[in-house]
Structures are given as C-alpha cells and as structure tokens.
Design a protein around this ligand. Structure first.
Ligand SMILES: *[C@@H]1O[C@H](CO)[C@@H](O)[C@H](O)[C@H]1NC(C)=O
Ligand SMILES: *[C@@H]1O[C@H](CO)[C@@H](O)[C@H](O)[C@H]1NC(C)=O
Ligand SMILES: [Zn+2]
Length: 446
C-alpha cells in the first residue's frame, strides 16, 4: 500500500466525503472511467485528426453494448458513426444524441500532463484535450445505454447516437452534410441533444440557441501623402474613424454584460481580428508615407434575437460609409431563421414538451439546471435547428472550471460518473413519454 492509499484509508475512516475519491468507485464505474480515458487517448486533434482509430473504438464499444452501427462517409476519410437503439414504437419521432470526435490542438508544453495522456491525478481530475469538449458526452451516452440495457429497459422511441467529424472546423463535411442527407431524413429525428459547456457552480448549463457568426472586412481609401504632412481623409484616418465608432458599439454591448443586464450570448459581439495597412519594406514598413489603402477584419456574433437588418444598416451607414470612401464585405455564415421562418432557437419553457421532459429528467436524477442560455459561440446544433428540430446544448459538468480549448482541460471522474446518471434519466424519460401539449394544458386547467 502506497502513502496515498494509506492516507485515503485513514481519511475514509474519519469522514465520509473523502471517500468519494477513486478508491470507492464500483467496478462498473472504474471500467467506465477507463473507457473514457481510452477514448481520450485517441489523437483526434486538428490539423490531423485520426478518425479511423476513433471509429474502431466506438464501433467496438457499440458492439459490446449490442446496438446497431453504421458508418457514413460524406467526405472520404471523414467517417460519421451512427448508432441506433430501436424503440418499441419506431413510428414516433426519434431522439438523436450528438457529439464530435475531433478536437482543437493543444500546446503540450503548456500543460501539466500530456494532453493525450488522459492522466488522472490524485483528486480524480482526468487531463486530456477533449475531456470537456466533448469526448465526455460521447462516452456518457454509451455508458447510459449500457446501463439501461442491463436493467432491461426498452425505449418507446428510437434513440440514435452520432459521432461526427470536423465540428471544430465548421462541420461542413460532418454534421452539415449529415443533416442535409437522405440518411438523416430517414431517422425521423424529433429532438436532439448536442454539446454544452462546463459550469463553475452547482447548476448545469443548458443552451437553447447559438449565436450566428458573421465576418466583416472594411476597406478605406484616401489620398496618399508624405508622412510629415497633416491633411484630411487619408485612408488610415478614415479607417481609424470606423474603429472608434465600432469600438463604442462594442463597449456599449459589453457594458450590458458587465452590468449584469445581459449574458454574453445575448449581446452582439464585434471584435477586431486584423488590421492591414502600410507599404512593406524587406525589414518592416515605409515610415515616411501615409498609405492610400487600409483595411480591418471583424468577427461578429449575433444572437438569433437580434435584428440583422439594423446591424446591416449600421455597417453601411456608420462602420463603413461610402461617404468616408469606404467599402465593405459582409459574410453572413448561416441563417438567423429556420426553414419555417422561426427564429433559430429552441423554446426553453413549458410550451415545449421536450423541455418539460428534459427538466423533469435532470431533477429526477438529482441535478440542478441554470437559466437556459444562448451559447456565445457555435456548435453543430445550429444545423438541426435550421431544419426546425428542437435541440439543446448540454454537457453535464457542474462545479468544473470552463476549460474547453484551454490549457490543462480536465474533467473530474466523479463529475463524469454523475453525468452518466443524468443521461440515464434523460433517455428513460425522453424516450418514453407519451403526454401531448394538450394533456399538459388540460392538467394546468384542473
Ligand atoms: C473621398 O475620395 C475623394 C476622391 O479621392 C476625395 O476627393 C474625398 O475628399 C474623399 N472623402 C473622404 C471623406 O475621404
Ligand atoms: C416560451 O418561449 C417563447 C420563445 O422564447 C415565448 O415566445 C413564449 O411566450 C414562452 N411561453 C411561455 C409559456 O413562457
Ligand atoms: Zn465541442
């Protein structure tokens, strides 16, 4: 027995809370954690995600659970793994649980443990790129199904699980291609759960919309001149005027967040990402010449509740006005409304039955939900929402620092195991409810 185990034994003898550490997990839980670590050790970080071993691992896990498997390949070398647990009534709309196999790169020298080592420290924190984003949910889905199956549970609705490639680089060859495919159509999906984010407090976070990404490039022109001369309307002066106006708008939006009047996901973010101007020399820039062209790029994120026309007008009238000799290029990456013309969001209140069941499941499993949020960035969930399918972003990680895309990304094993319990309840309840909106309205009246 090592010192650590000895200390553990003593502490466990003294007080119960210490006993939640690894030594007290059941054999089943220990295996589940080992499988999570195994998945984390598969190198699927960009720019060279190795999807083949991930595919084989998922297929072997699904095989041991005993559910149907399919591999779809919309682009060569980018497999999408689809697992299916057929329900007792496959004619009902099905449930789809989505996660992505890829992850962003990690700078190994800035980590305390190897980012693909899945090292577990003494407090049960498992370190790896993808531990939070989002290999945790990919494995939790399967563990929940494994346990439900062993209890003899049979879902009424069919449950699908998808493992998609390329989420971190936009999802064109992954989720987007899948959601637009005949194969997806045939799944008759009624509800989707996709990734969410960790919560630093005891409340789980749930996301009902993503912000829509826009890209803006503004260009200014003006007469060139000597570096020494003071004159009006140089290209850089015109660009700086725009930077000031945009900067004021940015501050006003940020003030709403700082004052607590809005969450990050509820405001319009506009951030400068590059500035390009000047006349280059082999060692730097010409210093005695004011250039005739200048440009800047911005990353803009709009909540689906924002009025896009007002933003477009602001850009053409204030941020890049022709009167200041400016032009612009605006790339709107994705619609703000679904195919039926509704705002691109999933209703997160009692008028949505799926929400009602989801809330019920989380509380049945002893979890607490925070106020539903708009995600500040984007996920693959936007593709299904565009089709009018309700989707929530949810990764059950409470009391966990938000470390996606950061150094030292980790998830605690106890939190991971708690997450499996959440999915057991979610699948049990969401796959089997038969109430309709009318039943609930009727109950409310009584
Ligand atoms: C715009 O360009 C024209 C032609 O070069 C110039 O005469 C005018 O002063 C410029 N106006 C501004 C606001 O930069
Ligand atoms: C539910 O949310 C939707 C969209 O956010 C809203 O239009 C509707 O009024 C809400 N309904 C209830 C019952 O709160
Ligand atoms: Zn992710």
């Amino acid at each position: 027995m090592g010192i650590t185990q000895l200390v553990m034994l003593l502490l466990c003898g003294l007080s119960l809370p210490f006993c939640t550490l690894s030594s007290s997990h059941s054999a089943e839980d220990k295996l589940a954690i080992a499988r999570f670590q195994q998945y984390l050790k598969i190198a699927t970080a960009h720019p060279n995600p190795n999807y083949k071993p991930a595919q084989e691992f998922i297929l072997s896990q699904a095989g041991s659970v005993g559910i149907n498997t399919q591999v779809l390949e919309f682009t060569k070398g980018k497999p999408l793994i689809l697992l299916t647990w057929t329900g007792k009534d496959p004619s009902r709309p099905s449930i789809l649980l989505n996660s992505h196999m890829d992850s962003v790169p990690a700078e190994a020298d800035k980590w305390v443990h190897d980012p693909i080592g899945a090292v577990k420290d003494n407090s049960g924190n498992i370190y790896a790129r993808g531990a939070q984003d989002d290999k945790c949910i990919g494995m939790q889905y399967l563990e929940a199904i494994k346990r439900l199956k062993s209890q003899g549970f049979q879902p009424l609705r069919t449950i699908h699980i998808s493992y998609v490639p390329d989420e971190e680089i936009g999802g064109m060859d992954g989720s987007e291609a899948f959601v637009k495919s005949k194969e997806f159509e045939n799944l008759h999906v009624g509800f989707v759960l996709d990734e969410g984010q960790a919560s630093p407090n005891e409340h789980y976070r749930v996301f009902y919309a993503d912000r829509i990404p826009w890209r803006l490039i503004i260009k200014a022109t003006g007469a060139p001149g000597r570096g020494s001369k003071l004159y009006d309307n140089s290209a850089l002066e015109n660009l700086m005027k725009s930077m000031e106006v945009i900067g004021r708008f940015r501050s006003a939006q940020f003030d709403l967040v700082k004052s607590g009047m809005a969450e990050h996901g509820e405001v319009i973010a506009v951030n400068p990402v590059y500035v390009k101007a000047g006349t280059p020399t082999p060692t730097g820039f010409v210093m005695n010449l004011q250039p005739s062209e200048a440009e800047a790029g911005f990353d803009i994120r709009l909540p689906p509740t924002a009025d896009p026309q007002l933003v477009r007008e602001r850009i053409s009238e204030e941020w890049a006005p022709a009167a200041r000799n400016m032009t612009y290029e605006l790339m709107e990456k994705g619609p703000l409304r679904d195919i039926q013309g509704h705002l691109l969001l999933t209703v997160a209140n009692h008028s949505n039955l799926w929400w009602l069941q989801f809330e019920k499941a989380i509380s049945a499993a002893g979890g607490k939900l925070g106020k539903p949020e708009i995600l500040a960035s984007t996920t693959d969930a936007r593709f299904v929402r565009e089709k009018g399918i309700p989707a929530f972003g949810f990764s059950p990680m409470s009391n966990t620092p938000i470390l996606l895309h950061d150094h030292n990304e980790f998830l605690n094993e106890a939190e991971y195991l708690k997450g499996i319990k959440m999915y057991i309840a979610i699948l049990e309840i969401l796959s089997s409810y038969t109430e309709t909106v009318d039943d609930i309205a009727h109950k409310d009246e009584l």
